[in-house]
Design a protein around this ligand. Structure first.
Ligand code: ZN
Length: 275
């Protein structure tokens, strides 16, 4: 049984055939699908989808490139949404220096990230973290700032003996260096693996993932984006999580069954599903 821990099924790319996409995911033996929010409206949409399907769950949050839709009123409304029984995380939240270059706007991203981290701690829900560097590089100011912010947050969790200190969240669609992954794992974060791991030119990425323990990895499609081989170039969907599992199995020299078992149980541990 596989889990897609990150996909945007609420986006309009799925308006024509959303039900068949979900049906294919069920047929592909996906146990659960997690839809993160990007702003108040998409968080509400994620919850509506979660209400209509037993396998679907939601997260609520303001994405760093969607902060034009942030307001105090919207944040209050989002906080209320988080009490919904199918909301299992706060996300996706984080920093994005690729699309945001202005110093003041970056400072605002950081401020809102910190407030959402504090909110996640207050409601005892793990976080789904988005991070993107200024250029197409693997290490830069975004990694530096993010790790520092997460370290400070984790320190307060530890000081309070907060249950989230043991499982604070996931670095979604990880695209950093081995060192950054290790820094995040030192804070008990999971590392999210997406479709690009299957790309021909991703040898360095596979090299990094081979050095991360299977027990710290989560699989996610980030649908409709980041479509894995052999469907690269087309729209992504949750059923394709299997291609990512296969690639991780190859990298870690094990079976898809083993990868499915371990990553699904990690996802259940992080997001509080059963057992
Ligand atoms: Zn996403």
């Amino acid at each position: 049984m596989l889990t897609d821990t990150h996909c945007h099924l609420d986006l309009n790319k799925f308006d024509q055939d959303r039900e068949s996409v979900i049906q294919r995911a069920v047929e592909a033996q996906l146990e659960r699908i997690l839809i993160p929010g990007l702003d108040l409206e998409s968080s509400q949409a994620a919850i509506r989808l979660a209400e209509s399907h037993p396998a679907i769950y939601a997260a609520v949050g303001f994405h760093p490139t969607d902060l034009d839709k942030f307001s105090e009123k919207a944040f209050e409304a989002l906080k209320k949404l988080s009490a919904h029984p199918k909301v299992v995380a706060v996300g996706e939240i984080g920093i994005d220096y690729y699309w945001v270059k202005e110093r003041e706007e970056r400072a605002f991203q950081i401020e809102i990230l910190r407030r959402q981290l504090a909110f996640a701690a207050a409601v005892n829900k793990p976080v789904i973290i988005h991070m993107r560097e200024e250029e197409d590089i693997w290490y830069g100011q975004a990694s530096i700032d993010l790790i520092q912010i997460l370290r400070e947050w984790h320190k307060t969790l530890v000081a309070e003996s907060h249950p989230l200190a043991e499982k604070p969240g996931v670095l979604h669609s990880f695209n950093g260096t081995l060192k950054t992954a290790q820094n995040a794992m030192d804070l008990n974060f999971y590392i999210g693996v997406t479709g690009p791991v299957t790309y021909k030119n991703a040898e360095e990425k596979r090299q990094i993932i081979s050095q991360l323990p299977l027990e710290r990895l989560l699989i996610e499609t980030d649908s409709p984006f980041l479509t894995p081989v052999p469907h690269r170039g087309k729209r992504n969907e949750p059923a394709y999580v299997a291609y990512i599992a296969d690639k991780i199995a190859e990298i870690h020299m094990t079976t898809r069954e083993q990868v499915a078992k371990i990553t699904t149980s990690s996802a259940a541990r992080l997001f509080g599903w059963g057992g």
